[in-house]
Write a protein that binds this ligand. Structure first.
Ligand code: HEM
Length: 450
């Protein structure tokens, strides 16, 4: 069995400038092979020190034990600010805590059950669209998964399908924005000195402003509908009517628009990437695809029945291990730390890499292989607890983790029930990290009706 594609690592020693050039092209192939075995690696540049930690104990320290001492880097936020403003993804400290108190209840288990019909409807719409690709020709599947994931967000958040005029415009504007400002680009990821100004192209500012205008419109309309009691019972209504239990405050239009932007961004690129890679892995592992399709054949539109789709869930988990949509996360130290015996000064960058941790050769059996059965083994279970962070961990864990697992399983089951996905031998996707882990030239598959 050939291994799923992995970026070619760079040589161990390269000059800083070569490193920066590689980094600009793609964060993953800028890293040396030894990182897959290292517990920690230090990167020194004239401007900053950065430490990539790949040891479960250090990851637990930063994410779970003392997250307050390792906030998000404000310089990462700089690249995202024009679009995301004060979104929960960027804030720290008391503002962030208050925002999570208002947002989290909307994503709790009970509410997930309420969003299920909208996710199911988006899945059916995806089946109708993908059916048009069953013509014997290879097609890039990423635009389809992206469309489906955007549809899920609009339906669950605002009760509108992607065909709605405003939703279509937001989706198009986001695509244009990402072309002009790949969000995890070099500037966003490698901090320059503090005095270095951040430039955004005019295009970036224009698309960000356009998206904000559209989202503000949706949010304002919703506030009015809530006021006259005509608002549908969806995620937007739930979040906008939730008062912070400590202060009694609710989100105003501006702050809610910031959150809508991040829900859309964090919730659609990521799921789209995960779904596309899962379909690719299934196309290259037809035995697993057959097992998943057999399970999907019995799917019924009931939230409670999802827990029976164990094979599909394990496959999706395995895809999130091999191709974690968020490949790296950055935090900064706020005081002197000692990490694995090394003195680390305040203000240093701490990089957590789901990409490397999920393939840490000293922890995982068959780290680069696709094996959904691993989750039933001792090694798989231990690693799931200690070395598996596709949604991060601790208090800053992805708000949408439970939501994304439901979405992934439902969309996969509906697609696999109707179609077989077949790999195209001369089109092996090359993983690259932009905002999320995508394939450099798309993920090309043939779609056949079952
Ligand atoms: C497969 C799908 C998804 C993956 C792999 C994923 C992964 C992540 C990761 C790794 C983080 C932490 C980032 C960091 O700390 O730097 C995060 C944060 C976040 N995600 Fe997700 N996500 C997914 C889907 C979603 C969905 C569907 C939503 C909402 C509808 C969502 C909303 C958020 C938000 C709001 C945050 C910020 C949380 C905070 O900082 O407190 N995500 N996600």
């Amino acid at each position: 069995m050939t291994l799923p594609p992995k970026p070619v690592a760079r040589p161990d020693k390269v000059s800083l400038w070569r490193y920066l050039r590689l980094f600009r092209a793609d964060i993953l192939s800028a890293q040396p092979q030894r990182l897959y075995r290292a517990w920690m690696a230090e990167f020194r540049t004239p401007f900053f020190r950065s430490y990539l930690i790949n040891d479960p104990r250090l990851v637990a320290l930063v994410l779970k034990e003392r997250p307050g001492d390792f906030p998000k880097s404000d310089r990462i936020g700089a690249g995202l600010r024009p679009l995301l403003g004060q979104s929960v993804f960027l804030t720290n400290g008391a503002v962030w805590e208050r925002q999570r108190r208002i947002i989290d209840p909307a994503f709790e288990g009970g509410r997930l059950r309420d969003t299920f019909p909208a996710i199911w409807a988006a899945g059916q719409a995806a089946v109708a669209r993908v059916g048009r690709l069953a013509d014997g020709q290879p097609h890039d599947i990423e635009p389809e998964t992206s469309h489906a994931a955007a549809d899920v967000i609009f339906r669950t958040l605002f009760s509108i399908p992607i065909e709605n005029a405003v939703a279509t415009q937001v989706f198009a504007a986001f695509k244009a924005h990402q072309r002009s400002q790949p969000i995890l680009n070099l500037a966003a990821f490698i901090p320059g000195p503090r005095w270095m100004p951040r430039f955004f192209s005019r295009q970036t500012r224009t698309t960000a402003a356009q998206i904000r205008r559209l989202i503000m419109g949706l949010t304002r309309d919703r506030l009015a509908a809530i006021a006259d009691g005509t608002a549908p019972d969806d995620l937007a209504t739930k979040i906008m009517t939730t008062a912070d239990p400590q202060t009694g405050e609710r989100f105003g239009v501006d702050e809610m628009a910031d959150q809508v932007a991040i829900f859309f961004l964090a919730g659609h690129e990521t799921s789209a990437s995960a779904l596309a890679w899962t379909l690719y892995l299934l196309a290259t592992h037809p035995d697993w695809q057959d097992r998943a399709a057999a399970e999907a054949a019995g799917i019924v539109p009931e939230f409670g029945a999802l827990s029976r789709l164990r094979v599909i869930r394990d496959i999706f988990r395995e895809a999130l291990r091999l191709y974690p949509p968020v490949p790296m996360m950055v935090r900064q130290t706020t005081r002197a730390e000692v990490l694995r015996g090394r003195d680390v000064s305040p203000g240093a960058q701490v990089v957590l890499s789901p990409w490397h941790l999920h393939r840490q050769e000293r922890l995982w059996d068959n780290p680069d292989g696709f094996d959904p059965a691993r989750w039933g083994t001792e090694n798989g279970r231990t690693c799931m607890r200690e070395a598996y962070i596709p949604f991060s961990a601790g208090p800053r864990v992805c708000t949408g983790a439970g939501f994304a697992m439901v979405e992934g399983v439902v969309l996969l089951a509906l697609l696999l029930k109707s179609f077989r996905f077949v790999a195209v031998p001369d089109r092996v996707p090359v993983p690259v990290a932009h905002l999320t882990v995508r394939a450099r030239d798309g993920i090309w598959l043939r779609v056949e009706r079952r």
